[in-house]
Ligand binder design. Structure first.
Ligand code: ADP
Ligand code: MG
Length: 701
């Protein structure tokens, strides 16, 4: 059976080589199975007809019955279009075609009852539908019994070759006919019974040709259930395997290093969230199982301190520890911060980065292998082959999304025993994503900021209010503060973006001229040394304003910076805006984020700006982001390749179902971790097939 479904699509009746090529290229449909799992994106309820007076632009794809009362060809060149006046007894609207004008006009008759399908738009006082599907009303009466009509995404290219949604539906119909009674069930019977799931065959049939709204609902549920269930089963089985191996280093005690730090050096109370997370980490590293933990916390929530205290526990148990950061500046900052925290304690710390001199580097290598050096902080330089620890017990990775999978793996191939891993990220990840993408990791969350922080005030200004913004920042500079001004840079190679940045830099330099003011500029096309130098001027307080691209997005900590101006804010995504805003508000002063934009804002851009001005909560923002953009675009999902592959479930909207199937998968693995029982063979088999197809679900381990 599965062989049958693996056949190339060109062998399906109604396809052939030419259409096969189009289906390959446009829809990534290569096999019978791909087509079977090419699901409709929506259904039209053919039992409902709208009237023209009921139209509004919020409506999806709908149908209207009426008559064509006139044709007109308008415009020339590629604006040439056929416009039909379409009327029912409540009003008039337009049907518009840009292609196949002559053919369409010939095939449609005036004053004949038609049913048209399409999404209504509203332009210059009139409703219209562009490229509607048109069907004779008389003919439609036969179709009305089928009531729910599936619609498939196609492309212009496909449509031009007559592979419309309806044509795809016909192909799927051909496939279905050849499949009757041949679809192998992929879930155990007991499970289907227990959770009231219809069979795979019935589900696949009804997802394409729903026989009723009830059956469509059941089909959708069954297919989503299955999709999400196998993801969870896969992830949880990996986790089971990892945590059942008792090869983790045991950090059983807290000793002098942590105690001394706590007693003499800790300058403030830990927040409750920090205490809770430390407890979670201590439980892990004392358990004999290897820790693989994701530490999430908004910018400024105090993750570094938690990581450092965990490292001290490693030291207390006779092990070394390291932190890997994505940039030199960040590594530098961690080094300074940690050195400062550990002042007067007998701990050896070094910094290793690309710019570490050869002699110093040699020294570090020597002290690492001898165990003389206890804490190493650095960049990618940490994973070079020459870097060998005597016994590294804890590896901390800051800002996980900037590191590739292979790089991470390299770090812990260095020991016999895998060290404990703590991955820190300031990009809040919505729960559903975390459960799916990082589902085999344990997650700790610092959901509280240290006390005394003043929430950042965020305002939105249109470009015409630029002088007001200049006035405000000069006032802040007057008070001794520093300012970031960030320009969007969608692609590092785009010339236009640099023009924006450079024009901006010029106008700011004119408004804030030397010698009174100093302005520095940083962008991705500068040499690393130049970048570093310009950044350091700002870090040391020698320049007042830093004009930059998003290269400053990650982690830089200048406590004295109190204003973040984001130019063309409409061009940034939500999580990026939030990351940028997090660069200020790190000191005791009131901080501000100013979002500059043009008047022309898309609905989504307006929404993003509204969210930014209404909340500082990273998780709320991440959730909104997930809903606005869909999981495919979320940071961190790209590497996983997973979010793209979902055929029917949706990480933004199926959160409850994810949790539900995760519990079910957990229950099954609890009683049969390796899926060896007879009743679970169907699961083992399908899982093997999935694993065979996709290389890796998990980003980190
Ligand atoms: P993150 O890495 O999570 O963005 P940091 O660890 O850099 O945050 O902490 C931000 C700032 O808050 C640092 O200056 C740090 O010293 C300070 N900080 C951390 N924990 C506390 C606390 N419990 N109380 C007060 N200040 C804290
Ligand atoms: Mg940080």
């Amino acid at each position: 059976m599965s062989d049958y479904l693996q056949q190339e699509i060109k062998f399906l009746s109604g396809v052939g080589p030419k259409r096969a090529e189009l289906l390959n290229k446009e829809l990534q449909v290569y096999t019978f199975e791909d087509l079977l799992y090419y699901f409709p994106y929506k259904y039209i309820d053919k039992s409902k007809l709208y009237t023209i007076s009921e139209l509004n632009t919020e409506l999806p794809y709908i149908q209207i019955q009426g008559k064509i009362i006139g044709f007109q060809t308008i415009g020339g060149g590629n604006k040439k279009r056929l416009v039909a006046q379409f009327a029912d007894n409540t009003g008039k609207m337009e049907l518009i075609w840009f292609k196949g004008l002559a053919y369409i006009q010939k095939s449609l008759q005036m004053n004949h009852e038609y049913i048209v399908f399409g999404k209504p738009a509203y332009f210059s006082g009139k409703y219209s539908i562009i490229h509607p599907e048109v069907e004779s009303a008389a003919k439609n009466e036969n179709a009305i019994q089928a009531s729910l009509q599936a619609h498939y995404n196609t492309s212009e290219k496909l449509k031009n070759n007559f592979l419309t949604s309806r044509a795809i539906s016909k192909l799927i119909n051909n496939l279905m006919i050849s499949l009757v009674g041949k679809i192998d069930e992929t879930l155990p019977y007991e499970l289907m019974k227990k959770y009231k799931l219809i069979s795979l065959g019935e589900a696949l049939f009804n997802i394409h040709f729903p026989q009723s709204t009830e059956l469509l609902k059941n089909a959708t549920y069954r297919l989503k259930f299955e999709e999400l269930f196998y993801i969870q089963l896969n992830i949880l089985q990996r986790k089971t395997i990892r945590t059942h191996k008792s090869n983790g280093l045991v950090f059983s005690k807290v000793g002098d290093y942590l105690n001394l730090f706590y007693k003499n050096n800790l300058p403030f109370e830990l927040t409750d969230a920090q205490k809770r997370v430390l407890k979670e980490i201590r439980k892990d590293i004392g358990s004999g199982k290897q820790m693989n933990r994701l530490l999430q916390g908004d910018v400024g929530s105090g993750k570094t301190l938690v990581a450092m205290m965990s490292m001290l526990i490693a030291l207390d148990n006779g092990y070394q520890a390291c932190i890997m950061a994505p940039t030199e500046i960040l590594a530098n900052q961690h080094f300074e911060t940690i050195k400062n925290f550990l002042k007067d304690l007998p701990v050896t710390i070094s910094l290793l980065s690309g710019s570490t001199k050869t002699s110093a580097r040699r020294e570090i290598h020597k002290d690492l292998i001898s165990g003389q050096l206890q804490i190493l902080i650095g960049t990618h330089a940490l994973i070079e082959d020459a870097v060998k620890f005597k016994n590294v017990g804890l590896v901390v990775i800051d800002e996980q999304h900037k590191f590739g999978v292979a790089q991470r793996a390299k770090l812990w191939k260095k020991n016999l025993h895998p060290p404990h891993i703590l991955v820190m990220t300031a990009t809040p990840i919505p729960r559903t994503l975390a459960m799916t993408i990082y589902g085999d990791l344990d997650v700790s969350v610092i959901d509280e900021l240290p006390p005394g922080r003043k929430p950042i005030q965020t305002i939105h200004l249109y470009d015409s209010k630029r002088l007001r913004m200049f006035g405000f920042i000069s006032q802040q500079i007057e008070e001794g503060r520093q300012i970031y001004i960030v320009y969007p840079l969608i692609k590092e190679s785009e010339k236009m973006d640099y023009k924006d940045l450079e024009d901006g830099y010029e106008s700011i330099s004119r408004a804030f001229p030397p010698p009174k003011y100093a302005v520095s500029i940083v962008h991705g096309q500068m040499k690393p040394e130049e970048k570093e130098a310009a950044m350091n001027l700002f870090v040391r307080g020698q320049t007042h304003i830093m004009v930059a691209t998003t290269v400053i997005e990650v982690g830089v900590n200048v406590q004295n910076a109190s204003v973040m101006v984001i130019e063309s804010a409409e061009r940034f995504g939500l999580s990026q805006l939030h990351q940028l805003r997090g660069r200020v508000g790190r000191g005791a002063d009131q901080s501000y984020c100013i979002l500059m934009s043009s008047y022309k804002l898309s609905n989504e851009a307006r929404k993003r700006i509204e969210i930014m001005t209404s909340t500082n909560d990273g998780f709320e923002i991440a959730d909104a982001d997930l809903k606005l953009r869909g999981p495919g675009d979320m940071e961190g999902t790209q590497q996983s390749g997973l979010a793209f592959d979902l055929k029917i479930a949706n990480l933004a909207h199926d959160g409850q179902l994810i949790q539900y199937v995760r519990n079910i998968a957990e229950e099954i693995l609890d009683s049969d971790p390796m899926l060896e029982k007879q009743e679970n063979q169907i699961l083992a088999k399908k899982l093997k097939k999935i694993l065979h197809k996709k290389v890796d679900f998990s980003v980190i381990s």
